[in-house]
Write a protein that binds this ligand. Structure first.
Ligand code: HEM
Length: 419
């Protein structure tokens, strides 16, 4: 049957070559299970989202109550709705771990630049999807979050008078956030995950052309450096996914609303502004950057630049080695960067005043300095520590590696720089 199919459309062969026999580095740690976990998150969001859409009403009059109806009346609606809402947070937890893994081990370096840049586009699309999804329950935070963020475009009035206002009114479909806005957000919120899906296919394709990076940052050179994806990497992915699902289920079953905001249990009211308008936790670092800049347009530019800059790091890092494991100076800056992001997240949740703004400015400065100053300079002056000669040597040590099949070339896909 597979042979019959293969002669007509070689899908079984492709699946076999790319997901069963594919050579994966033998030293991957659990941080490499997050790609699979993210794929699971995307599928879970799409499946639960499709079911929710069967019962949700995207109108200003009915949206809030339709959520209540889903949670109370629809069979297992409470579960599906909680899975979708908690799932968004879990998706972002996983993507942040996935991105920081890439930053630490230099997975963005050649020949994986396109793979990385596709990741940046996926991240942007995820943010747009989550932002529009948060509008749908039509609670107070939904309404005011949309009002604040869409209004950011009005800062373009500083460039061409009237342009910003025109864009904002075009986005709203009127002169304020209304049911019209909600309806188009619903349409785009349904559409974008499929765009993400397409981008993920390209992302995985690019990954399979370049081959996977690994904790040493050294490419696969000999057959003993790699193992077939099935059963080795697949089994490890299953363990990682299982642990992740336990955490996911714990939130869904015990604290389904913990990650949300209490104000969103009050229906949207254009006449009452909540005292503190805050986005979901995963946007907080970017929100802190936005508010750290005293000028509105400047804040918007800084916020978008903080994501766009990620696309350029393959060229800002010039170190002769990929992995921070062998970079005695850069390693410390990596942790400083991580701390800065967490600090920005905390500051984004606080009111934009006094000491909070002061520190948000300091950490915003470091955020950009990390990429524009620290990365190029440290990578040029630092002397890396001794790297193992091969992945096998990193796992088995020098003596055993010598007897473990060194010299036998691995599959072409695993050694892209030699092609
Ligand atoms: C829906 C979101 C995403 C999905 C489903 C996804 C999926 C995957 C998968 C399955 C892998 C291979 C397994 C692994 O290395 O963990 C991978 C690798 C990778 N991803 Fe993603 N990814 C997503 C988002 C991102 C983002 C936002 C970035 C960066 C901005 C990124 C950058 C990378 C890089 C650099 C690799 C290669 C890692 C290596 O081999 O060391 N990904 N991704």
């Amino acid at each position: 049957m597979a042979k019959w199919w293969d002669e007509r459309l070689p899908l079984p062969r492709m699946m076999h070559d790319q997901f069963i026999d594919f050579p994966t580095p033998r030293n991957l740690n659990y941080l490499w299970t997050f790609g699979g976990i993210l794929t699971f998150c995307l599928v879970a969001q799409i499946v639960t989202g499709i079911v929710l859409a069967m019962h949700y009403q995207p109108s200003a009059a009915e949206a809030f109550n339709s959520l209540d109806h889903i949670r109370r009346d629809v069979n297992y609606g409470w579960l599906i709705q909680a899975m979708h809402a908690v799932g968004a947070s879990m998706f972002f937890i996983a993507v942040y771990i996935h991105i920081f893994r890439g930053l630490y081990y230099g997975s963005y370096r050649a020949p994986r630049e396109i793979l990385w840049i596709l990741g940046v586009f996926i991240f942007l699309a995820m943010m747009a999807t989550a932002f529009m999804g948060y509008a749908l329950p039509w609670g107070q935070m939904s309404f005011w979050g949309v009002t604040v963020i869409t209004n950011l475009f009005s800062s373009l009035d500083q460039v061409i008078p009237g342009l910003g206002t025109a864009i904002v009114q075009w986005l709203w479909g009127g002169y304020s956030v209304s049911g019209t806005t909600l309806n188009r957000f619903f349409s785009l919120h349904y559409l974008l995950p499929f765009v993400i899906f397409g981008l993920v296919i390209l992302h995985i394709w690019a990954l399979h052309v370049a081959g996977q990076n690994n904790p040493t940052g050294i490419e696969i050179k000999t057959k003993s450096d790699s193992l077939p994806m099935y059963p080795y990497a697949v089994a490890k992915d299953a363990v990682g996914l299982f642990a992740f699902v336990i955490l996911f289920a714990w939130f869904v079953l015990f604290l389904p609303d913990y990650l949300g905001h209490p104000d969103n249990f009050t229906e949207a009211n254009p006449l009452v502004t909540p005292p503190h308008i805050v986005p979901e936790w995963y946007f907080l670092p970017f929100y802190a950057i936005l508010r750290a800049i005293p000028d509105k347009l400047g804040g918007v530019i800084a916020m978008f630049a903080s994501i766009a800059i990620l696309a350029f790091i393959p060229w800002l890092d010039r170190s002769p080695v990929r992995s921070a494991k062998y970079r005695p100076i850069y390693k410390w800056f990596f942790w400083l960067f991580l701390i800065s992001c967490l600090a920005l997240g905390y500051l984004g949740s606080k009111p934009a005043e006094g000491v909070y703004v002061f520190w948000a400015r300091i950490f915003t400065l470091y955020y950009f300095a990390h990429f524009l100053i620290v990365m190029p300079i440290v990578s040029s002056i630092e002397t890396p520590t001794k790297t193992p000669r091969s992945i096998t040597e990193a796992v088995l040590g020098e003596d055993e590696a010598a007897g473990a099949g060194a010299g036998v070339p691995a599959g072409a896909a695993a050694a892209p720089e030699h092609r």
